[in-house]
Design a protein around this ligand. Structure first.
Ligand code: ZN
Length: 692
């Protein structure tokens, strides 16, 4: 372990070379670092909401929302004078404002009474939403207004109708009750499957080969296997963990089958060919047939490219363990990691001092200024406004349009906080009747360590990517100016919602951008050029085999939710066939990896959407940014052509107009192939330079 110099030892002169924003983020705020006059200032509530000075405010907020909901239902069902979607959007805004806020506080607030009051509000509001979804009068009012042409925005009206029809409201009583029952069943079996997917496996000690037992933690005569030990250096231990952790589990099989069958019946009742069609309908790809075509073209393109990766890994394996010839599924994460370390040439932790949290935030601010003419300004939090003392607040200010919204940054780990990087919408943007705009409020959550006395939080390369990714979501929210909150910012199709954030990862991997902000937190020295080039290239190592794995997962998810699901049968048989068709390494006998794949429940036929987002992000990057990453005109085009619209335009049309090309399974598969080849060339250059 290296001892870091405490930051105050470096003296004022050095520190002052950082911007106020960087300085703010290089110091972790504590309750003691608040100004002395804090106690004299007026206390506000959470998120500056006067109702939330105490946890009891959640009850009040919920009651207000219910009263407003009743009033809006009355208005919608008695010949309204304004467009129906305006009423619906107000309804949605009223409920989301409480539900989204409460959902966040439930997850993030360290004080139990706040968290449980928020949870109660969540439950009440989702009860209200449930009632609305099955409110026939409300549904008919909307449907009739669409027929009469008085609904207002047609696309938004269709989205609201589709939401209703997900619960089968358009069906006669019998089938509708069946839909409700199936939804309940799916919720239950799905949750049980997710819980089971992460459970460690307890096996007798003898089940583990003697020479690798020391890698596993034992409990008396048993051994706990808590994962696949993907990055363990001992091949036999990786193999043992893989075989034991992924051994078939009968209970998981039952739960998965039950969920898939119920989903298929549900889709069938609602008039879809299969569940995948129902899930994909509102997305960029529109049908499961398009998704399948996309995966097939990409899979063909990947075959040879992934094999090159596998051969390189197999050569590494032969060098390390000459008695083991072939590369297996449990080897790839380990050798990918090893190759990355070799390419970087120095320990990956040697990069961290160049990525202090302050330096990264300065980088993000630089990007915002160059691309959009907006700045991120650190704002003093009012007493009572935050749920934890170490949260930062950013005002996002445009040089042309003034304040655009607020981003709260909850970036440090703390006991009880979920260890997951997330973006939460607390309040969506919306055009108000008086012509002003309701500015969005979001939270970005990470789990960084450090930031104490020993110095600022220093980020690893992965954490930098994650910070940029989540800020990509936040900026999507901030730059959104859709008139309706139901489709503002990230409230759009999943594949479109991930585009701006994946695009931000391209900025974080671009030498011209990283060079502008990666500076040593103590000396202020820029990152040496050789380190910078290696770091940016290393992110793409073995990209083809990694992408092939994602295609395989996506194809499996499609197969399980496709027409064949009606037939039922053993999910491992399906896995074996799909793996043979889509993945370059063989299925391992007597394993059932799908029993651990909880995304089958969460994404439900939409796991592929990450690949689509990646393809779109690459298309955007290549066309508009690769040649000149900090171009204002490209930034402005992205803002006006894409970000400001959120989900207010069907994604197909929005993307076609912005990218000036038809969005087809073929163009998207080719974009990803091109991305791989581009980075392959970049890697070759770095390798050549390294071997000189
Ligand atoms: Zn994301």
């Amino acid at each position: 372990m290296k001892l870091l110099k405490p930051i105050w030892v470096t003296g004022k002169r050095r520190v002052s070379t950082w911007s106020p924003l960087a300085t703010a983020f290089n110091t972790r705020p504590t309750s003691r670092s608040r100004p002395i006059f804090d106690s004299l200032r007026e206390r506000t509530g959470l998120f500056n909401k006067p109702e939330l000075t105490s946890f009891e405010g959640f009850h009040l907020l919920k009651e207000q929302a219910i009263t407003a909901t009743d009033r809006l239902i009355d208005e919608a069902t008695s010949n309204p004078t304004r467009p129906m979607v305006d009423i619906f959007d107000e309804l949605s805004d009223t409920l989301c404002k409480v539900a989204d806020l409460a959902e966040f506080v439930r997850i993030a607030h360290p004080q139990p009474h706040f968290a449980s009051a928020a949870e109660e509000a969540c439950i009440s509001v989702s009860g209200v939403v449930e009632k609305l979804n099955t409110h026939k009068g409300l549904y008919e009012a909307l449907r009739d207004s669409v027929k009469r042409g008085t609904c207002g925005d047609q696309h938004l009206a269709e989205l609201f109708l589709f939401d209703f029809e997900q619960s089968g409201i358009q069906l006669p009583d019998g089938p509708r009750q069946r839909v409700v029952a199936l939804n309940d069943l799916i919720l239950q079996t799905g949750q049980q499957f997710m819980a089971g997917a992460a459970k460690p496996r307890r096996v007798p000690r003898e089940a583990i080969p003697q020479n690798v037992r020391q890698f596993f933690s034992s409990e008396g005569e048993h051994v706990m296997v808590s994962g696949v030990y993907a990055e363990c250096g001992e091949a036999a231990a990786r193999e043992a963990a893989y075989r034991l952790y992924l051994a078939p589990d009968q209970r998981q099989e039952q739960l998965l089958s039950a969920t898939l069958q119920a989903r298929h019946q549900l889709a069938d009742l609602c008039g879809f060919r299969c569940y995948a069609d129902r899930a994909i309908k509102a997305s960029t790809m529109e049908t499961s047939a398009n998704v399948q075509q996309f995966l097939d073209i990409l899979s063909d393109n990947l075959h040879d490219r992934a094999n090159i990766d596998f051969e390189a890994m197999a050569a590494m394996k032969r060098k390390e363990t000459p008695y083991q010839k072939s590369l297996m599924c449990w080897d790839t994460p380990y050798f990918t990691h090893k190759a990355k370390t070799q390419l970087l040439n120095v320990a990956s932790s040697d990069f961290n001092p160049y990525f202090s949290l302050g330096a990264c935030m300065e980088g993000l601010n630089m990007l915002c200024q160059e691309l959009y003419g907006i700045t991120l300004q650190s704002e003093q939090m009012l007493p009572g406004e935050s749920w934890s003392p170490d949260v930062y607040k950013l005002a996002v200010v445009s040089e042309r349009d003034g304040l655009l919204g607020h981003i709260y940054c909850d970036l440090y780990e703390r006991p009880g906080k979920p260890h997951q990087d997330c973006h939460f919408t607390i309040r969506g943007g919306k055009l108000l009747p008086d012509g002003s705009y309701q500015n969005p409020i979001v939270v970005v959550m990470l789990s960084l360590s450090g930031g104490h006395r020993s110095g600022p939080a220093l980020l690893g390369a992965g954490a930098v990517d994650n910070l940029f990714h989540e800020l990509g979501h936040a900026l999507h929210s901030m730059l959104a100016r859709a008139p309706h909150q139901h489709v503002a910012g990230t409230r759009c199709a999943t594949d479109l919602a991930e585009l701006p954030s994946v695009l931000m990862e391209h900025f974080a991997a671009c030498p011209d951008v990283v060079r502008r902000f990666a500076r040593h937190f103590q000396t202020g020295a820029p990152m040496p050029e050789d380190m910078l080039q290696r770091l940016c290239a290393s992110k793409h190592l073995f990209g083809a085999s990694e992408m092939q794995l994602q295609v395989f997962y996506s194809a499996l998810d499609q197969q399980y939710h496709g027409r064949e699901a009606a037939r039922g049968g053993d999910t491992t048989d399906v896995l074996r066939q799909v793996q043979k068709r889509y993945y370059g390494l063989p299925y391992v006998h007597n394993t059932a990896w799908q029993h651990r794949f909880s995304h089958l429940i969460g994404y439900g036929a939409k796991y592929y959407s990450y690949l689509i987002s990646r393809a779109l992000a690459w298309a955007v990057w290549r066309r508009h940014f690769a040649a000149e990453p900090l171009s204002r005109s490209a930034g402005e085009a992205l803002r006006q052509g894409l970000l400001r619209h959120g989900g207010s335009i069907p994604p197909q049309i929005l993307l076609r107009d912005y990218l000036e090309t038809e969005i087809t399974p073929h163009t998207l598969a080719m974009a990803l192939t091109e991305e791989l080849d581009y980075h392959r060339d970049q890697l070759d250059t770095v390798f050549k330079l390294a071997n000189k």
